[in-house]
Design a protein around this ligand. Structure first.
Ligand SMILES: Cc1ncc(COP(=O)(O)O)c(C=O)c1O
Length: 396
């Protein structure tokens, strides 16, 4: 595990309205929403134009802003990132008994809709750099699966904590067998992969989340994006209860209520122009932690990518200092929320029977990893107190 040191970057200008305008909560959340200050105007303009429903100009403008930021030509705003994943699985024809392959180190939502559709998840290991799906292992496992005669229906890499996975290598492995890739970029808005391309770009479908703790938050919401407008048109129809174009309600299949409301889209839309500055602030928060906690380990950013540093995860090795629970409890007592890194999915009781190809790294990252308060509006005074509290636990 590499220790990533950085010099504290100079902070970019703060948003005009900090999180919790006018007051600071007694317990600072892990990823407080950052307001742009224009959300109310955006919501007011939407309401004054007579829109509430998941239709009309505001969701369309939000989708256009996501398309511009990510480079995906076709984008559908959805009620959540999980809804976008569900639509993605449906579009890729997932059937009961099919396999869905994902890295073990991720949030449950990556595979939850697939499991609910009757698919079998298979969990794979992650790389030491970036902690994302290991493309070499994936290639080996795909060859083995081809020999068994059961390839996965979908491979779902994850841009973990805003660090882009090695999508080019993952696509090369999957293309060989014609397996489509649905990239879970839920936390990676504003992150870059190889060649400066936006995270998720190149996958058949990619998913983004705008839930309450993301870098851009619409309070709740997500997006499904693709290079293929026909796929997104089909997703749009399924997200609206699969209504056929007729005056009456005509359905050739069944769908969902997965559209993004105009109000939530208005909040997200107000924040999109500040995306680059939001990423810069999160990266500055990361650099300050890395410089202030030289004894801890951090996710090393591969030379070819640029993480958005949505959450900073610090590793605490109990052989050299305090364990992560001691640090978490100390931060809690000091009024700061922190949270253990993802518990690997192959260790979750819900997936106890799931096949997996995983070494010891994900379990170690879970045992040692702690997500530190990472909101872009974190004040220098609060971050200094967090670092002091961690150092006070000993070992640093
Ligand atoms: C990796 C990952 N996938 C999917 C999701 C689900 O997104 P949502 O909360 O918008 O449903 C999240 C949300 O935190 C996530 O972190």
């Amino acid at each position: 595990m590499s220790v990533h040191l950085g010099t504290p970057a100079r902070r970019s200008p703060r948003p005009s309205v900090l999180p919790f305008p006018g007051r600071r909560p007694s317990r600072l959340p892990l990823s407080a929403p950052e307001f742009s200050g224009t959300e109310l105007d955006s919501v007011r303009a939407t309401l004054e134009a007579g829109w509430l429903a998941p239709a009309g100009p505001t969701p369309a403008a939000f989708e256009a802003a996501i398309a511009e930021a990510t480079g995906f030509p076709a984008v559908l705003g959805t009620a959540s990132g999980t809804a976008a994943l569900h639509l993605g699985y449906r579009l890729l024809g997932l059937q009961p008994g099919d396999e869905v392959w994902a890295p073990t180190l991720t949030f449950v939502a990556t595979v939850a809709p697939a499991v609910q559709m009757g698919a079998v998840p298979r969990f794979l290991d992650v790389t030491e750099t970036g902690w994302t799906l290991d493309p070499a292992l994936l290639a080996e496992e795909l060859s083995r699966a081809a020999r068994r005669g059961k390839l996965p229906r979908v491979v779902v890499p994850v841009d973990l904590y805003g660090q882009a996975c090695d999508l080019d290598a993952i696509l090369a492995a999957c293309d060989r067998w014609g397996v489509p890739v649905l990239c879970d970029s839920a936390a990676a808005l504003g992150a870059e992969g190889r060649g400066g391309r936006h995270a998720g770009r190149g996958a058949r479908l990619a998913v983004f989340s705008f839930n309450g703790n993301k870098i851009v938050t619409a309070a709740g919401g997500g997006a499904l994006a693709s290079d293929d407008p026909a796929l997104i048109a089909r997703a749009r129809m399924l997200a609206m209860q699969a209504k056929e174009p007729a005056a009456h309600y005509e359905h050739e299949t069944t769908g969902y209520t997965y559209g993004l409301s105009s109000i939530l889209a208005a909040v997200g839309l107000a924040q999109m122009p500040g995306l680059a500055a939001r990423v810069a602030r999160r990266r500055a928060v990361f650099a300050t932690y890395a410089a202030g906690l030289p004894g801890a380990g951090f996710i090393a950013e591969p030379a070819w990518g640029r993480a958005n540093r949505w959450l900073t995860v610090a590793l605490f090795d109990p052989a050299r200092g305090p364990d992560r629970e001691a640090v978490r409890r100390a931060l809690d007592a000091a009024g700061f929320e922190s949270r253990p890194a993802w518990k690997p999915l192959h260790l979750q009781p819900a997936f106890r029977d799931a096949p997996h190809a995983v070494g010891p790294l994900p379990a170690t990252l879970f045992e040692r990893g702690l997500c530190l308060p990472s909101g872009g509006g974190l004040t220098e005074a609060d971050q200094a107190r967090i670092i002091e509290t961690v150092r006070g636990c000993g070992g640093d």
